[in-house]
Design a protein around this ligand. Structure first.
Ligand code: FAD
Length: 315
């Protein structure tokens, strides 16, 4: 039996919706299943997305959803729990018991930011506590900023903030890479080697950083380095090849090529599920590229089948 869809897209963030847009515009039968938890949902505004800088994260997705449904893509709220099958005939199982069949699968499930265990951090995440200088650094330029050093990577993040503000203090008692520590100090950053006990909002709209010695430091904004945990369980269960990261020690990622192809034929992966450094515009670009590639691939299959049926040579 013919699968119901040409492509099943799991995840309706910037990556998944962009793949859907390309496939929908190619008149493909596409379904996007989304569990409604985009990574940047805690932020009030998004930045660095050309043409949409400063809009609300939900607004970008609302626009994307309108655009894809405008070219026939079906959107389903839900969570895919399992995918089975091979190229041309995949079945995706949803949490509510429904099953979808499709010729290709795109995994665009994003990642989870595992925040350091500091009381008060979760409550301020995305509002006064950020992780990315490109996303929120400009808005906090020339302000007093804290970097919470709870992970060795914090040193690199701290150095990246030095062009944005001269008033930078790194709090924490963990060792940083010597080069990062020297670079941060050389760029004028201060280091306070004390364990952080809690953070809380300050009445002035900033953040109070509480240290183990009882001191309290008020800052306009805080940066931390969460541990990125890609939502790649479906890809791993499908048997997609994994590789160790050369940049992020101790991490391994599902491998995806330039058009999102994994080692499993017919399975594509885009955005933060396979690329933890992708911002919105890069996740969208990866999705769009995969969408175009899949559209071409499906057409190629259909032409081959026509040639085969007519007995003519496909080459
Ligand atoms: C606080 C914060 C602020 C940020 N601000 C910016 C910014 O200003 N500019 C910028 O460029 N980037 C920003 N980012 C990064 C941005 O969020 C990511 O680059 C972007 O979300 C990646 O897009 P994606 O489509 O890969 O994943 P997501 O946007 O996370 O979308 C993945 C979607 O898949 C769904 N999903 C997951 N598993 C399943 C499943 N099994 N079944 C169905 N659906 C599933 C999720 O619910 C989610 O809706 C920010 C990140 C954070 C944490």
């Amino acid at each position: 039996m013919q699968p119901e869809y040409d492509a099943i897209i799991v995840g309706g963030g910037a990556a998944g919706l962009s793949a859907a847009l390309m496939l929908g515009r190619s008149r493909r039968r596409v379904v996007v299943v989304d569990s409604g938890l985009p990574r940047n949902r805690a932020a009030a505004h998004l930045h660095g997305y050309l043409g949409s800088d400063g809009i609300e994260p939900a607004e970008l997705l609302a626009r994307g959803r309108r655009e894809v449904t405008g070219c026939g893509v079906k959107l389903l709220d839900g969570r895919v729990t399992d995918i089975d099958g091979t190229v041309g005939a995949f079945t995706a199982a949803l949490e509510d018991g429904a099953a979808l069949t499709g010729r290709r699968v795109v995994i665009a499930t994003g990642l989870i930011d595992v925040l350091p265990d500091v009381p008060g951090l979760v409550e301020l995440w995305g509002q006064r506590v950020f992780h990315c200088p490109y996303c929120h650094g400009w808005e906090l330029r020339d302000r007093s900023l804290a970097v919470l050093a709870l992970d060795p990577w914090a040193g690199h993040g701290a150095v990246m903030l030095t062009p944005l503000s001269a008033d930078l203090t790194l709090f924490g008692d963990i060792s940083l890479a010597p080069h990062d520590e020297r670079a941060f100090a050389a760029r004028g950053g201060r280091i306070v080697r004390q364990q952080i006990t809690a953070i809380e909002p300050s009445p002035a709209g900033g953040v109070l950083v509480r240290l183990v010695d009882g001191s309290v430091h008020e800052r306009d904004g805080v940066f931390v380095t969460p541990r990125p945990l890609p939502n790649d369980q479906l890809l791993r269960a499908l048997g997609c090849a994994v590789t160790s990261s050369s940049v992020y020690q101790g991490f391994d990622f599902v491998e995806a090529g330039p058009t999102g192809e994994t080692s499993v034929p017919g399975v594509y992966a885009v955005g933060n599920s396979v690329d933890i450094s992708a911002q919105l515009i890069q996740a969208a670009a990866a999705g769009a590229k995969a969408g175009q590639h899949i559209a071409t691939d499906l057409l190629h299959d259909e032409i081959e089948a026509l040639f085969l049926a007519s007995g003519s040579d496909a080459s």
